[in-house]
Ligand binder design. Structure first.
Ligand code: NIG
Ligand code: FE
Length: 406
């Protein structure tokens, strides 16, 4: 006997060969927090009431895998609306960063914030994402940039799991910017991260994966390589902010290190695409940052497609380049700005986002045996999710087999 069974729904399983993995008149069953059965209703092995303790009517809507936001900086102090104003008056993101604003202004605010402030403000920003059917969020450090503040950020990220129904994947991003104390000595700062901060964070079980910002205004590929070597000592998976503003060959380097993902990628070249394809590195596109910074160079979507590189889409939620707290809006941006199809956008926030976090065996598609995290939407067809702007058709979020909101 199953715990519950949904009928009278379309299923976008995001598995198989069809772009959505569509099952028009489907059924999906849950047992012990896992998907027990999924398929066409007519293939159910009996009458619904005989099969499950609870039968849910989907009323003709659609069920998709729950959403995964695989790249965020949602834990941080302060906000940067002033910079938004400055950019609109002509300053560039890089100008502001070089003048000590940008990431470093959030570093000051994050250092000044208490752990509780960080948790509280991040939870407030997470709520709209949860209301859109998010059940997994990746959260980076990188606004502390000293031992205590990096640990504080990671602890705040972990603490979120106890406050709201979400699974948090934490990422150590100490190599986000050179902090003021290390100005002019980026190499010394990298040593400090590798020798002191990362080991302390790992020791306290605060790190699931390791990231770095590879950019002319941040760290060079050889500095990033040292961070990746330190991650390898702890057997932690790596990923990289690469080719956002310039092409430093970061994605090729990340792929060579077996990275789970390379993220941003507006300036990715053909060699980078080929290296990612060979390594199975996911391309995480962040249209919220492209949109907010008014960028014009788009990531090479057609090349990524042709090479078979899995494409994920994430909010990059952060106070500077992407003050975005909606994955549905981000899906729309990925379609309108980058030319993804609505099914690619949905795969980007489900199947491929799970893969960018190394969670593909457990999450990201509707398949028997996977964690029963899925969303019921009041929509006529799955393309509606990427099509509307500012409308949330989510009716029910199921996490570990049980509803989180109705
Ligand atoms: O992903 N690129 C680097 N980090 C963030 C921006 C962080 C910030 O501006 O505060 C990003 O866009
Ligand atoms: Fe980022």
């Amino acid at each position: 006997m199953w715990d519950s069974l949904w009928v009278d729904v379309g299923l976008a399983t995001m598995a198989g060969t069809d772009p959505y993995g569509r099952i028009e008149d489907g059924a999906i069953a849950v047992k012990n927090g896992r998907i027990a059965w999924v398929g066409p209703r007519e293939e159910l092995p009996g009458r619904p009431e005989k099969l499950a303790a609870v039968v849910q009517e989907g009323e003709g809507g659609w069920i998709t895998p729950a959403l995964v936001d695989c790249h965020t900086h949602i834990v941080h102090g302060g906000q940067r609306a002033g910079e938004f104003e400055q950019r609109l008056m002509g300053a560039s993101y890089a100008d502001i960063a070089r003048a000590g604003g940008g990431i470093l202004s959030t570093v000051a605010a994050t250092r000044a914030a208490s752990l509780e402030d960080l948790v509280e403000s991040a939870v407030r920003r997470l709520r709209p994402l949860l209301a859109e059917g998010l059940t997994v969020v990746e959260i980076k450090s990188g606004y502390g940039l000293d031992l205590d503040s990096e640990l504080k950020m990671l602890r705040a990220a972990r603490a979120i799991e106890a406050r709201v129904p979400v699974t948090v994947v934490t990422t150590f991003l100490g190599a986000h910017a050179v902090p003021p104390e290390w100005k002019g000595n980026a190499d010394g700062y990298i040593d400090f991260l590798c020798d002191e901060v990362l080991p302390a964070a790992v020791e306290q079980s605060l790190v699931d994966q390791v990231d770095a910002f590879c950019e002319t205004i941040a760290f060079s590929p050889s500095q990033v390589a040292r961070v990746f070597e330190a991650a390898a000592l702890f057997k932690l998976p790596v990923k990289l902010h690469a080719e956002q503003l310039t092409d430093l060959g970061g994605a090729t380097m990340a792929a060579g290190a077996g990275a789970l993902s390379a993220d941003h990628l507006e300036y990715l070249d053909a060699d980078g695409v080929a290296a990612m394809a060979r390594a199975g590195t996911v391309a995480v596109l962040l249209p919220g940052a492209f949109y907010t910074l008014g960028e014009t160079r788009r990531p090479p979507v057609e090349r990524l497609r042709k090479a078979g590189v899995p494409i994920a889409v994430a909010t990059d939620s952060n106070p500077g380049s992407s003050p975005v707290t909606s994955l549905l809006t981000t899906m729309n941006m990925a379609c309108v700005l980058f030319g993804l199809t609505p099914s690619e956008a949905l795969a980007g926030v489900t199947r491929n986002a799970a893969r960018a976090l190394g969670l593909q065996a457990e999450r990201g598609t509707l398949e028997a045996g996977k964690v029963a995290d899925f969303v019921h939407w009041s929509i006529d067809e799955p393309a509606e999710l990427a099509y509307r702007i500012g409308f949330n058709p989510c009716t029910t979020v199921i996490r570990n087999g049980a509803p989180t909101l109705s």
